[in-house]
Design a protein around this ligand. Structure first.
Ligand code: IMP
Length: 429
């Protein structure tokens, strides 16, 4: 298989895990390259449900190598918990799971900071996952972060940890927030977790380069979605990493020429969790129907997701930002009971028609969606195996959606959570 990056094209939760799982069958190495335990990837396999926050979902295939590379912010406690859960289910990670020494750590004080900053913001809060992601990336940028590799020298790690705790205590005190962390106890916990994480620590960019030289194929597993990107998303209502395909290079330490394909995961409608503008949101019975039928509740926080119509204005920007070479359309089956289905084709902003998602948050907030309406297909899609099996109205919807996304070819259409409920259209070549 050629090397490919998988990205979410909307606001996350597009069903990436299923597509990653699907493509993992034919690649050799799966790499998580950004974000942290804010992501929640659900995979259904053999009737069992697995939720991953940090371990790449490719771990489900016993012969695959999985890498957590430098761009990730690693919460060791969560990481070890996932390994324990996998071991309990007889999935061994020994010798095939690697963590970059350059990955920054999410530490308990980052979570305190995350919660404190959200509560200080009141109604203007971002609606973060509370996993300490923003503060961990902020420390990385301000060069006070601790990295996985720091654990190799315990005394120096402990000294830096104490110093950072003191700095955070002062920071929180200045905002009248408590610093609820027992530093000695926390260090004791890290000391014991350290022993477990050491065998995984690796120079992962060397590992990836050498593997690619030997002809191994790489699958880069994106988290969150394009419009949560720290640069290109609906700032400040974004996450704190770059989520677009280019981040695979910096986040994994590979050159752009290593990437052959970029697959954008596109949900057949739109959802968003957390605050921020969402032009096609449906705060009505349709939104509620999609939420319930689509199981649109967060895998990480359990929060109800906001739901709305498919937005091609958003998607065209996503095609541009990611350089998509394939679309993977997910959750088409969720729309099956609706009488009428809509696609947003343009926004009207200040009396002008706009084709591509604006860079200005103010404009996005003012956008009035223009819709094209489609009759529903009102039938079960579960027995469809190829595009031609789809009812005419469903096929019309898919074709129009693809056309509005600059005609990028479809890799597959997913009709349900199981591995078998997948129609492959144009494979990666
Ligand atoms: P943070 O990444 O926890 O700082 O949260 C920032 C914003 O990104 C919030 O709106 C979150 O709800 C959103 N977010 C973070 N991770 C995910 C994800 O995996 N799926 C969907 N939204 C996410």
């Amino acid at each position: 298989m050629p090397n490919a990056v998988i990205v979410g094209t909307q606001w996350g939760d597009e069903g990436k895990a299923k597509v990653i799982d699907y493509l993992s069958r034919t690649c050799d190495i799966v790499i998580r390259f950004h974000g942290g335990a804010n992501a929640g990837h659900t995979v259904m396999a053999d009737g069992r449900k697995f939720i991953f926050h940090l371990v790449p979902s490719g771990i489900m295939y016993p012969e695959k190598i999985c890498v957590v590379s430098n761009g990730v912010v690693l919460d060791i406690e969560q990481f070890l918990k996932e390994i324990d859960e996998l071991t309990e289910k007889q999935i061994s990670v020994k010798g095939r799971l690697f963590v970059s020494d350059l990955a920054h750590l999410v530490l308990p004080y980052h979570k305190l900071q995350d919660t404190a900053s959200e509560s200080a913001m009141g109604s203007a809060k971002i609606g973060t996952t509370g996993r300490g992601i923003g503060p961990a990336y902020a420390d990385k940028a301000s060069r006070t972060g601790l990295r996985v590799g720091d654990l190799l020298e315990w005394d120096s790690f402990a000294e830096k940890f104490r110093k950072n705790c003191e700095a955070k205590r002062l920071l929180l005190a200045a905002n009248k927030q408590p610093f609820e962390l027992d530093v000695d106890e926390s260090l004791k916990q890290y000391r014991s977790m350290r022993d477990r994480i050491l065998p995984f620590i690796t120079d992962t960019s060397d590992l990836l380069y050498s593997a690619a030289q030997r002809g191994k194929s790489l699958l880069f597993e994106g988290a969150q979605g394009t419009f949560l990107d720290i640069d290109h998303g609906t700032y400040p209502f974004v996450t704190s990493s770059n989520t677009v395909s280019g981040a695979a290079c910096t986040g994994a330490g590979v050159g752009p020429a290593q990437i052959n394909h970029v697959v954008g995961i596109v949900k057949a409608y739109t959802t968003r969790v957390g605050n921020g503008p969402f032009p096609t949101e449906q705060v009505n019975a349709t939104g509620e129907h999609i939420r319930v039928k689509g199981g649109e509740f967060g895998a990480t926080t359990g929060r109800a997701r906001r739901c709305g119509w498919f937005d091609s204005v958003l998607l065209r920007r996503s095609v541009q930002l990611n350089g998509l070479t394939r679309l993977a359309l997910t959750k088409l089956d969720v729309l099956s009971d609706l009488d009428e289905i809509k696609i947003c084709t343009q926004y009207e902003i200040g009396g002008k028609l706009v084709d591509v998602f604006p860079t200005s948050l103010r404009q996005v907030e003012q956008a009035v969606p223009r819709y094209e309406s489609f009759p529903g297909w009102k039938s079960d899609l579960s027995s469809c195996r190829t595009l031609s099996d789809l009812p005419a109205n469903a096929l019309r919807y898919v074709k129009r959606l693809q056309e509005l996304c600059y005609g990028v070819p479809l890799l597959l259409v997913s009709l349900g959570p199981d591995r078998l409920q997948t129609m492959e259209v144009e494979p990666l070549n």
